[in-house]
Write a protein that binds this ligand. Sequence first.
Ligand code: ADP
Ligand code: ZN
Ligand code: MG
Length: 492
Amino acid sequence: MSSSTLVLPPPEVVAKYEPVIGLEVHVQLATQTKIFCGCPTSFGAPPNTNVCPVCLGLPGALPVLSRQSVEMAIRAALALNCQVRPVSRFARKNYFYPDLPKGYQISQYDQPVAENGSVEIVVDGNAKRIGITRVHMEDDAGKSIHEGFRDSDRYTYVDLNRCGTPLIEIVSEPDMRSSEEAHAFLTELKHLLQWVEVSTCDMEKGHLRCDANVSVRRHGAPQFGTKAEVKNLNSFRFLKMALDYEIARQIALIESGGSVEQETRLFNPDTGETAGMRSKEHAHDYRYFPEPDLAPLRISQDWLSRVESEMPELPNRRRERFLAEYGIREYDVQVLTSTRALSDYYEEAASKSRDPKAAGNWVMGDLMGALKSEGKEISESPVSAANLAELVDLIASGEISGRLAKEIFQKMFATGESARAIIDREGLRQVSDTGVLDRMVDEVIANHPKQVDQYKGGKTTVLGFLIGQVMKASKGQANPGAVNELLRKKLS
Ligand code: ADP
Ligand code: ZN
Ligand code: MG
């Protein structure tokens, strides 16, 4: 379209169309070294210092595939329910760009490391499976820096530190039908990949990059429409904005008698629009051919089984187990499995405590609140999971009251000490000793004849006041349940 401002089609027109979306997601693997050489992958090193003849593409230098990269790719594939191929191949994808010194990217083409997977998303309470076509491994290119230098108006600078950083590309099936579903898919993908620790998925650092393929068709049309590929989506918000714009653009175009062209479009975050960048390149433009410097990648059943045995329990499995074993609510399970670290913490606290449900409430309430107010992660919690479990058990056994526990928790959080240690040092034990309680209750009854008369006259709400008096006399250390019982007995 020539004009830059799009007239949004009215909702009743939009409603006639069904968007179809497939994502291609590049993920940087969290290895210490590059995929085909020993150079570090560390972020923020001075430009062009993390380089060697291999990643610079100097003549005669030979790539050696890193075992760690392969294992991380396998972990990712397993997390995405993919089948790992026993034999896969690397291929050269040829193109010229200043930040690609080899003149080709080492990728995979017709034999990717894994294929045929799926990811479950939930949108508006409805679960849906999104197919994963393939996962393949490749090396990253360097970075062209177009601004920030005094002479940036005339020159582009190139930093090759990122050359050779291991990536996986995850290609989804065109299974998504709205920008919300695409957003949910990318969110779940990130969650899974972080969970199995193959990537930090930090979008700001470019560790997670997403291209979106979009088309629209009339509801019920037997075939997909022509798709456009949208690039430069470096946040979740941009993905959604770009899709919404692109869907509207395509509908407006078709409604006005035009047709969608197969092309690559660039999202502009300043305007919220997409603009044509180039007509789509085809596979043959890249002159793919098998990489002659690398043998086929063979992943034996033994190797696969070993990597599989080192995988953590996956989120879905863990959610089901939490529901069944700990009797916590669906919503709480979602919160407690929102990150692997949090769910590991909860698992330890719950399994060590006799009241897993209460342990969940403490984690989601007091602990997460305290961590948040100090800007701390769960991994930095001053209260260990074992100490939290002990606190929960002290309440469950009636040794301390819930109110006292809140106070003790604050001290645990501030000092890192156990509840037991704080109770012992400060003499905070809950008074359940009936002899001591007996005396306190008698005293309160003697000192409040008016309220006692009211209670006996049928105004039972006064009981709360009398319990409060006993609690006060005990400095909060009396067991409220025991006080309640004793008072009723003595007043009846
Ligand atoms: P290409 O031949 O252009 O590489 P592919 O069939 O390999 O296309 O698909 C690339 C990506 O585009 C995948 O994520 C796929 O799900 C998605 N895709 C394919 N066809 C469509 C379509 N008609 N509309 C939206 N997305 C599509
Ligand atoms: Zn190198
Ligand atoms: Mg393709």
